[in-house]
Design a protein. Structure first.
Lengths: 488, 450
C-alpha cells in the first residue's frame, strides 16, 4: 500500500528525459566551481508518471468528492480555467518583455482590476499579492503608511475581533503593530460596548472578517465601522468570505477602507494542494496612492481605431513591492475566465446559492448538533462537535469518521470561540442530493458517537492509512529522504 | 453557471430552511446596500469565453513566438510534457492544504519529496514546503534571521548584485520594524562590487548577509571567505540561488551558507508573465524550528505504516497568532509539485546536462557578442548562463531592432542601476540554438554599423 519514495525508485543510469546534444563548441568549465556530486534520483519517464499517479490516488479532492472545509470555499474549479491559463500566448510571456508585446496580458489584468473594483466597491486595486495572507499584509502596511503620511505616529494598535481569521494577528505583528482583541456578543456580532472601550487615538485600524468565521453577517457592521472611523482608525476587510457577498453587498459601499480577495476561494482558481493562491487588494480612494507598485493602467488613451496602450504605473506613495513581478498571473487568467462566464446576475447567483446550501445543510443537522449561534447563516456555519452525554468523542473523531463515509471533514477547532468547532462550508456548486448525503452521514455519526464511541475514536477505517503519529513526527523530525547510498 | 439546483429543488430547500425566498436569507445585510446592481459584462458561454481569452493571448507575442534572450529572474526552459500532465490531475489540482493526512498522503509525500530534492540540490539539511517566489523567500530569510537573534541584531547587509526586485520586496517586509537597517546596496554603491567589498559592513550588529549565486549579473563567486567573515561575528549568510545552476555548480552548503533561497521557476514552471512561481527556502538543521512556512515530516500510523504529516505546526500563524513570525498559510503546493516532477524526470544526469547546455551556449554567445566591435563583455568573473554586455547604443533601441526580427533582447540594466545605462543582461538557455545566437549577433553587428 505504501508508495516508495522517488529516491527508493531510483536506478543509476536511468533517464526520464533527453535533450539534444550541444550545437556549440564546449567552453572550459570553471573547475573551482564544479560540484562533485549531485545526489538526485534517476528514473524513467514511466517510473515518474506511475509514481505520481499512484500518489494522486491517495488524495481526496473536489473532483473526487464533497469537501466542506469551512473558510476555504472548496467550490468546483471549472476545467475551462485550466485551458485558458495554458493558452501559449498567455502561459509563455516573459514578465519583462516590452509592454507593446504583452498588450493581451495587460488588457486582461486591467479589465480584471476594473471588474474586481466593481464587485467590491473599491476605487483602486492591486493584483500583486501572492495569496490572501500576503494581501492582508499589504492591507495592514497600507494602513500603517496612511497614518504615517499624516504624521500620526502614535497609532500602534490593530483591533481584531475574536471571530476573525487566524492569520490576522500574525499579519498585524509582522507589520509592527500591537494586537488588541475584541470579543463577540451573544449574537456573534462584534461587541459594540467592548469595541468602544478599546477605540482611542492609538488605534490604527480594525480587521473585520464579515461574514465572520462563525458564518454570520455582522448585524451592526455599519456601527462597527462608524465607531472605528470616529476614533481615526481604518477598517481592513478580510475578503476570504467574499463568496457570500457577490452581488449581495459591496464592502466598499459599507465603508470598509481596504480589503483583500482570495481568488482561490471566491473565484474558483484551484487550491492545488495548498497554493498557489492569489490575493488582490482593493482600497477606497484615500488609500489609492499607497498601493504596491507596479499596477496596470492605460498609459496612452485609444480611440475608435486603436485600442489603448496598457502599461505599468507606480502609485505616488507606494508601500513598495511585495513580490517579484505583478502577481500570480496564471490565477488572474482563471479568475478572468470565471467572472466573464458569470456576468452580474451570475455573481449574485453564486452567493445566493452558497448561502442557500449552507442554510439547507444547517437545517438538516441542527437537531443532532449544538449550534453556538442560532441565526440564519451566510455561506458557512459552525456547530459543536461534542456532546455532554458522549464525553469521550471530540470534533476530531467526527472528522475522522466522516472519511469512512467518503467525505472530506470540515475545518476543525476553528474559530477558537466555539468549543470543539466544526466549521462547514458546502459552496454553491454542490447538489441538493450531495448535501443530504453529507447530512445523513453527520447525523449517523452523531448516533454512533452515543452508541459506539470507540468506532469514532479508531476512525478512519477505510482510508489508505490510519491516524498518524504526529507527536513522533515532531519529535524525530524526518523532513527529507536521501539517496540510499547516503544512508550508509 | 456552475450552480446545479433546479427551481423545484431550490423551493424545497427554502421550505426546509423556513423562509419563502432567497432574499430572506440576507436580512442581516443593511438594506440600503443590499443587492447592488453590478456593472459587469454580460455572461459568456464557455465557447465565447474561450474565444475571448484566445483573442487576448493572440494580442501577445510570447517568448515561444519569439527567440528569447531575456532572463533577469525568469527563464525560458523546456518543460517536459509529463510535468503538466501530472499537475493537471484533479486529485492534486483540486485538493487543499493537507490538514487531514489520512486523505492527503499524495500531496504530503510529494511535498516530502520536494523537500528532499531541494535539500539534495542545495546541499543544505532541510527545506520547507516552499514560499511564494524568490523575492518573498529572500524576505523570509531576513525575517528568520531577525527572530533568530530575537531582534537584538538590527543590521542586514545585502549586495547590490542581488536581484533588485528581491531587494525591494525585502525592504517592504522589514518596513514595520523601525530599528532595522538595510545596508550595502545604497544608490551610490558600485553594483558590480565583489564579495570582499562587503566585509567592512559586517559587524556584531549584523544579523544576516545576503548575496546571490550566480548574481543578478550572472557572475559566480566563491563565498567561502564571506561566510567565514559573517560567522566570525556571529552573523548568518543567506545565498540566493538559481536551481538550474546548481545542476553543475558547487552548492552554497559547501561555502558555509546558513540559508539558501531562490526562485524555483526554472524547474519546469512556465513564464506565465511573472507568476505563479516558486520560492525555494532551505537551511541548516540548527534553524529547523525557526523556518516559516509549511514542513512535512515522516511518521507512522497505528499499524506502523509509513506516512507523512504537516509537522512543527506550533510555529504557525493559526496557533501562535500574533507571536508567529510569519503569517504564511499556504505554500506554492501545485508549483512545488511541478518542480518535483521536473527534477524527478531530469534526475541527476538531466539536471547536469541542462546546466551544461546553458553554460556552453551562454559562453558561445558571450564570446561571439564580445567580438563585435562596440560591444564589450564586462564580466570580470566567471559566469553561468547570463552575462552583461556594454552596448554602443541605448538598450531600448537595440531591443526594438531585435524585436523587428523576432528576437526578444536582453534586460536593460539601466532600469535598476543608473550607472549601467547601455548595459544589457543576456540570458541563454538550452532553448537557444546556435542559429538563434548567430542571428542575434548578426543584428547586433548592424547596430554598430549604424
Amino acid at each position: 500500500m505504501t508508495e516508495p519514495t522517488i529516491y527508493e525508485l531510483s536506478s543509476p543510469g536511468r533517464r526520464g528525459v533527453r535533450y539534444p546534444d550541444s550545437d556549440v563548441p564546449q567552453a572550459p568549465l570553471p573547475t573551482d566551481f564544479i560540484r562533485k556530486d549531485l545526489p538526485m534520483p534517476e528514473l524513467s519517464e514511466l517510473d515518474v508518471v506511475r509514481h505520481f499517479t499512484n500518489l494522486s490516488k491517495l488524495n481526496y479532492s473536489i473532483d473526487g468528492g464533497f469537501y466542506p472545509l469551512g473558510s476555504c470555499t472548496m467550490k468546483y474549479n471549472p476545467k475551462v480555467n485550466e485551458q485558458t491559463a495554458r493558452l501559449p500566448g498567455l502561459a509563455f510571456t516573459h514578465p519583462l518583455q516590452p509592454v507593446e508585446t504583452v498588450q493581451g496580458d495587460l488588457a486582461l489584468m486591467f479589465e480584471l482590476q476594473e471588474w474586481l473594483k466593481e464587485i467590491s466597491g473599491f476605487a483602486s486595486m492591486t493584483l500583486q499579492p501572492a495569496a490572501g495572507a500576503q494581501g492582508e499584509f499589504v492591507g495592514v502596511m497600507i494602513i500603517r503608511a496612511y497614518h504615517l503620511s499624516r504624521h500620526d505616529t502614535k497609532r500602534k494598535k490593530i483591533l481584531i475581533p475574536d471571530s476573525a481569521h487566524g492569520t490576522n494577528p500574525a499579519t498585524s505583528a509582522m507589520a509592527g503593530f500591537d494586537v488588541v482583541g475584541v470579543p463577540s456578543d451573544a449574537r456573534g456580532n462584534v461587541d459594540l460596548e467592548e469595541l468602544k472601550k478599546v477605540c482611542d487615538d492609538q488605534v490604527a485600524g480594525l480587521m473585520l472578517t464579515n461574514p465572520n468565521t462563525l458564518g454570520l453577517f455582522d448585524e451592526n457592521v455599519l456601527e462597527v465601522i462608524k465607531i472605528v472611523h470616529e476614533a481615526g482608525g481604518l477598517i481592513y476587510g478580510d475578503g476570504a468570505n467574499m463568496n457570500a457577498l457577490l452581488g449581495i453587498a459591496r464592502p466598499g459601499d459599507l465603508g470598509i477602507d481596504v480589503m483583500h480577495f482570495n481568488l482561490h476561494k471566491t473565484f474558483s482558481t484551484p487550491h492545488g494542494g495548498g497554493g498557489p493562491g492569489s490575493g488582490p487588494v482593493g482600497v477606497a480612494k484615500h488609500l489609492a496612492d499607497f498601493l504596491p507598485a507596479p499596477i496596470v493602467d492605460i498609459i496612452e488613451e485609444g480611440d475608435e481605431d486603436t485600442p489603448p496602450l496598457y502599461g505599468f504605473v507606480t502609485p505616488s506613495k507606494t508601500i513598495g513591492r511585495v513580490k517579484s513581478f505583478y502577481g500570480h498571473f496564471g490565477m488572474l487568467v482563471r479568475t478572468y475566465t470565471y467572472i466573464a462566464m458569470h456576468g452580474p446576475d451570475g455573481m449574485r447567483k453564486i452567493a445566493e446559492n452558497a448561502v442557500l446550501n449552507a442554510n439547507y445543510l444547517l437545517s438538516l443537522v441542527r437537531d443532532k448538533y449544538h449550534l453556538a449561534y442560532d441565526r440564519i447563516c451566510m455561506h458557512e456555519f459552525v456547530v459543536e462537535g461534542h456532546w455532554g452525554d458522549a464525553p469521550e468523542v471530540h470534533a476530531l473523531d467526527i472528522s475522522k469518521r466522516l472519511m469512512d463515509y467518503n467525505f472530506h471533514p470540515p475545518t476543525n477547532y476553528f474559530p477558537l470561540i466555539v468549543p470543539e468547532a466544526l466549521m462547514i462550508e458546502p459552496t454553491e456548486t454542490e447538489t441538493k442530493q450531495t448535501i443530504e448525503a453529507f447530512a445523513n452521514a453527520l447525523n449517523k455519526i452523531a448516533d454512533e458517537a452515543h452508541s459506539d464511541p470507540q468506532l469514532l475514536k479508531d476512525a478512519p477505517h477505510n482510508t489508505p492509512i490510519g491516524r498518524l503519529d504526529e507527536v513522533r513526527a515532531a519529535k524525530e523530525l524526518v523532513l527529507c529522504c536521501w539517496m540510499p547510498e547516503q544512508n550508509a | 453557471m456552475f450552480v446545479p439546483h433546479t427551481d423545484t429543488e431550490r423551493e424545497e430547500m427554502l421550505r426546509a430552511i423556513g423562509v419563502d425566498s432567497l432574499e430572506k436569507l440576507f436580512e442581516a445585510v443593511p438594506s440600503k446596500y443590499r443587492f447592488p446592481k453590478l456593472d459587469l459584462p454580460k455572461a459568456l458561454s464557455e465557447m465565447e469565453a474561450m474565444q475571448q481569452l484566445s483573442d487576448l493571448a493572440f494580442a501577445n507575442e510570447s517568448a515561444r513566438d519569439l527567440v528569447s534572450f531575456l532572463g533577469a529572474g525568469a527563464y525560458n526552459h523546456y518543460i517536459p510534457a509529463a510535468v503538466d500532465s501530472i499537475i493537471s490531475r484533479g486529485e492534486f489540482l483540486t485538493a487543499y492544504t493537507p490538514y487531514q493526512p489520512e486523505v492527503s498522503q499524495g500531496t504530503l509525500q510529494a511535498i516530502f519529496e520536494y523537500q528532499s530534492l531541494i535539500t539534495s540540490l542545495t546541499g543544505m539539511d532541510v527545506s520547507n514546503a516552499s514560499h511564494y517566489d524568490g523575492a518573498t523567500a529572500t524576505a523570509e530569510a531576513a525575517v528568520m534571521a531577525y527572530y533568530n537573534f530575537r531582534g537584538r541584531r538590527n543590521k542586514f547587509v545585502i549586495s547590490p548584485s542581488v536581484n533588485p526586485q528581491y531587494r525591494e520586496t525585502l525592504r517592504t517586509y522589514l518596513q514595520g520594524h523601525d530599528k532595522i537597517a538595510l545596508v550595502g546596496d545604497a544608490k551610490d554603491a558600485d553594483p558590480l562590487l565583489k564579495p570582499e567589498d562587503l566585509y567592512g559592513l559586517i559587524d556584531e550588529d549584523t544579523a544576516l548577509v545576503i548575496v546571490q549565486y550566480p548574481d543578478f549579473f550572472g557572475r559566480i563567486f566563491d563565498y567561502t571567505a564571506l561566510a567565514q567573515k559573517a560567522h566570525e561575528v556571529g552573523a548568518l549568510l543567506a545565498v540566493v540561488i538559481n536551481p538550474i545552476a546548481l545542476g553543475m555548480l558547487k552548492t552554497p552548503g559547501e561555502f558555509g551558507a546558513d540559508i539558501v533561497v531562490g526562485e524555483g521557476q526554472p524547474l519546469g514552471i512556465p513564464l506565465s508573465f511573472g507568476g505563479p512561481y516558486l520560492g525555494i527556502f532551505a537551511t541548516r538543521s540548527d534553524f529547523i524550528r525557526k523556518i516559516s512556512g509549511r514542513l512535512v515530516g515522516e511518521t507512522v500510523d497505528g499499524q506502523g505504516r509509513r506516512g507523512y504529516v504537516l509537522t512543527l505546526t506550533a510555529r504557525e500563524q493559526h496557533i501562535r497568532r500574533e507571536r508567529a513570525t510569519s503569517n504564511i498559510c499556504t505554500n506554492q503546493g501545485l508549483i512545488a509539485l511541478a518542480s518535483t516532477v521536473y527534477m524527478s524526470l531530469l534526475g541527476k544526469n538531466g539536471l547536469r546536462q541542462v546546466a551544461e547546455l546553458c553554460y556552453h551556449k551562454a559562453h558561445y554567445a558571450a564570446e561571439k557578442i564580445g567580438s563585435i566591435p562596440g560591444f564589450d563583455l564586462c564580466a570580470n568573473a566567471p559566469y553561468f548562463h547570463e552575462f552583461m554586455v556594454c552596448c554602443p547604443a541605448p538598450v531600448e533601441e537595440i531591443n526594438s531592432l531585435l524585436l523587428e526580427q523576432g528576437i526578444l533582447g536582453g534586460y536593460d540594466l539601466g532600469n535598476d542601476y543608473p550607472s549601467l545605462k547601455k548595459h544589457m543582461l543576456i540570458a541563454v538557455t538550452e532553448m537557444n540554438s546556435k542559429e538563434d545566437i548567430d542571428a542575434l549577433c548578426e543584428i547586433l553587428e548592424e547596430v554598430n554599423n549604424d
